[in-house]
Design a protein around this ligand. Structure first.
Ligand SMILES: *Cc1c(COP(=O)(O)O)cnc(C)c1O
Length: 348
């Protein structure tokens, strides 16, 4: 469709394909609160196998999946070490603190998305009644679209074992990391006690995340899921979309990465723009604050949706083709070809 909307805000905006919808329609279902949904059970087992852990738990959202993980690892009055920029700390409404009575110990992320081991080490509290008990290190991969190196993950794992801490991976986009580095998700997840994987980002389902860990961990997490309102009855309809995505939407993530690389490179070639080359499907574009409002309006007119600001995040996904990318580039070029005064005044 020549004039369809191109939405670059997030990879959550993808709509289920007709083949995915057909798989959902055909799903065999049961009441998952009783553990009776065969499609959910199949998805949980399959994801656990893929990440190399014993068991899986299907949850409605990544936020709830991370929260269940944190509440299972940490009890009231305990703390988790986490990056300032991490989703589990910054973008989940403070759920761990509010609902879990878990204290976050945030640490500033380095430019590559890691949290330096030295800073983790000095944040671990001694066993003393003054302090919350440090229990967990939570990492994210990819973070801001950046792949975190396995060398670093191994270092954190070794430190955690030494310090008697557990490790959780917010692997909302761990498949992007795996495809990018040509490693299996199992390779990446071997450094963690638990991992949360989103199906509704690059994998393109309407909803759902899978939390994986040991059998005992998932059994405890299952209780929290019910308490948090995440027990969904015939959720096999959603799990079927997840199974479909695991069959059909993993390898194609490479296309999203290629589209992001091409788009960022092409936009950066425009004088008024700087852009960071992406590792995966997310990158950031800088434009002069005085151009933002007009650019936002101009893009809208051309059917391109982005949250334009001085630093704008662009995300490629299943519903952005190479032809769409070319349309975005042409639209940016047309805008920035106009003299500064004219383009800034003309589009409000
Ligand atoms: C989207 C996202 C989540 C949360 O997923 P929702 O399904 O939107 O709640 C968690 N972590 C990261 C890194 C994410 O990008």
């Amino acid at each position: 469709m020549a004039n369809s909307i191109i939405d670059l805000r997030s990879d959550t905006v993808t709509k289920p394909t007709s083949a995915m919808r057909a798989a959902m329609t055909a799903a065999e279902v049961g009441d998952d609160v009783y553990g009776d949904d065969p499609t959910v059970n199949k998805l949980q087992a399959r994801m656990a196998e893929m990440v190399g852990m014993e068991a899986g738990l299907f949850l409605p959202s990544g936020t709830q999946s991370n929260l269940v993980a944190l509440m299972t690892h940490c009890q009231r009055g305990e703390e988790y070490i986490v990056g300032q920029d991490a989703h589990t700390y910054k973008y989940e409404g403070g759920g761990a603190a509010v609902l879990g009575s878990i204290q976050p110990q945030p640490i500033e992320n380095a430019a590559d998305g890691t949290i330096p081991i030295g800073k983790i080490r000095s944040a671990v509290k001694p066993d003393d009644a003054h302090f919350a008990k440090t229990r967990l290190i939570a990492l994210e991969n990819t973070i801001g679209g950046k792949v975190v190196s396995e060398h670093y993950l191994a270092e954190v794992r070794a430190f955690a074992i030494d310090a008697g801490l557990s490790t959780h991976l917010d692997g909302a986009r761990v498949f992007n990391a795996a495809v990018k580095t040509e490693r299996s998700v199992r390779d990446i997840c071997q450094y963690f006690d638990s991992v949360s994987v989103c199906l509704s980002k690059g994998l393109g389902t309407p909803a759902g995340s899978v939390l994986c860990g040991s059998k005992a961990f998932i059994k405890a997490g299952h209780r929290w899921r019910k308490m948090l309102g995440g027990g969904v009855r015939q959720s096999g309809i959603l799990a079927a979309a997840g199974l479909f995505a695991l069959d059909h939407h993993i390898e194609r993530l490479t296309l999203d990465h290629e589209n992001a690389a091409f788009l960022s490179e092409s936009l950066a070639a425009i004088d008024a723009i700087t852009a960071t080359p992406p590792d995966t499907n997310i990158f950031y574009v800088n434009v002069a604050p005085a151009d933002c409002e007009a650019l936002h309006a101009y893009l809208r007119t051309a059917g391109i949706v982005a949250t334009v600001g001085p630093r704008t995040r662009f995300v490629t996904h299943l519903d952005v083709s190479r032809a769409d990318v070319n349309r975005v580039i042409a639209t940016f070029k047309a805008f920035f070809l106009m003299p500064e005064a004219r383009r800034r005044l003309a589009f409000h």
